[in-house]
Design a protein around this ligand. Structure first.
Ligand SMILES: C[S@@+](CC[C@H](N)C(=O)[O-])C[C@H]1O[C@@H](n2cnc3c(N)ncnc32)[C@H](O)[C@@H]1O
Length: 309
């Protein structure tokens, strides 16, 4: 019975967050690299916290706490809170709080890097007769079959499907999740993720799996990540947010990919090596076709205009 095909959303939820789920047992950094694993990213987030006078920074989906540990160096006196279903990392400084649920109110900055793409949603496909149907999946094999006809106003408005074979991940649950999170914030809320807008939705959906640093077959058996790109325009509307690319957001926060002048190598070799390493990190965070293409979904209640977005 447990391995009978069931709707994607419940199978996905179990695979990632069930008692033995992927993210309960393993840290994201063991399987894939995110911006939070790049030191310069924390400097930019710290700059955002300073510009918005944030007294608290909450990291939703904090993974192994990498971002918070780095922020601890940059933001003395600022309260840091990780919200994460996985256990508290052993290396986390004791001043950093670690919770399993978002606080009711956040006065400061809420950041959620690569969290929304792991919020499970329904998956649908148009059958040969042109009917949109729920996709069911066998958790142990990833084999799929089509279930009942499926209708949701979200699909009509944000991801209309017309041709047999077309698929979508139904983003309504993500819109609600981020709207709920952002509504708790007095200050600034930023969700950062890979995603698409109405004019560039992937026609066959975007479900993917990662394990041990590489993309693998999509099987929701708890042995691997299951992710799908975020419909960033609908999330933004639900949360009263604006969207911009990570490369633009980080540039506005002072991240600069320029290489250091070569003469520095002669006058101060150590400074040159440090500057070269920063420029390499900036290049990774700003890259087209890479992390620079990610979207920042920004809700700002401070009236500061945050990034001029
Ligand atoms: C892709 S990882 C990103 C980790 C980290 N933010 C980074 O960028 O490296 C997503 C994380 O979100 C966590 N997560 C998902 N849903 C959550 C929830 N409702 N509450 C707390 N953490 C959650 C998962 O356990 C996982 O560690």
């Amino acid at each position: 019975m447990a391995n009978q095909p069931r709707p994607w959303r419940s199978v996905w939820e179990q695979a990632l967050y069930g008692d033995d789920g992927f993210f309960r047992r393993s840290r994201p950094a063991a399987h894939f690299r995110t911006s939070a694993h790049v030191a310069l990213f924390a400097e930019a987030v710290a700059e955002l916290a300073r510009r918005t006078s944030a007294g608290t920074v909450v990291d939703l989906g904090a993974g192994g706490g990498e971002l918070l540990i780095a922020l601890h160096q940059h933001l003395p006196g600022v309260r840091l809170v990780g919200v994460e279903l996985a256990p508290r990392p052993a290396a986390l400084p004791h001043e950093i709080a670690w919770e399993t649920a978002l606080p009711g109110r956040i006065d400061g900055l809420l950041i959620a890097n690569e969290w929304l793409d792991n919020v499970p949603c329904d998956v649908v496909e148009v059958d040969p007769a042109g009917v949109v149907r729920q996709v069911l999946v066998d958790p142990s094999t990833g084999d799929e079959q089509l279930g009942d006809p499926y209708a949701d106003p979200w699909l009509d408005g944000w991801w209309p499907l017309t041709e047999p074979g077309q698929r979508a991940e139904v983003g309504a649950v993500r819109d609600a999740a981020w709207a709920d999170a952002a509504a708790r914030v007095t200050g600034t809320a930023v969700a950062i993720d890979y995603g698409h807008r109405r004019d560039d939705r992937p026609p066959f959906g975007s479900l993917r799996s990662y394990r041990d640093g590489r993309e693998v077959d999509v099987v929701p058996d708890g042995s691997r990540d299951v992710t799908a790109d975020v419909a960033v325009d609908s999330v933004a509307l639900a949360a009263g947010a604006t969207v911009l690319r990570q490369r633009d957001a980080l540039t506005r926060l002072g991240v600069d990919g320029a290489r250091p002048p070569l003469d520095l190598a002669g006058t101060d070799p150590a400074a040159y090596v440090r500057a070269l390493s920063r420029s390499g990190e900036a290049g990774e965070l700003l890259a087209r076709g890479g992390l620079g293409d990610f979207w920042w979904i920004i809700t700002d209640t401070t009236g500061h205009g945050t990034l001029g977005a």
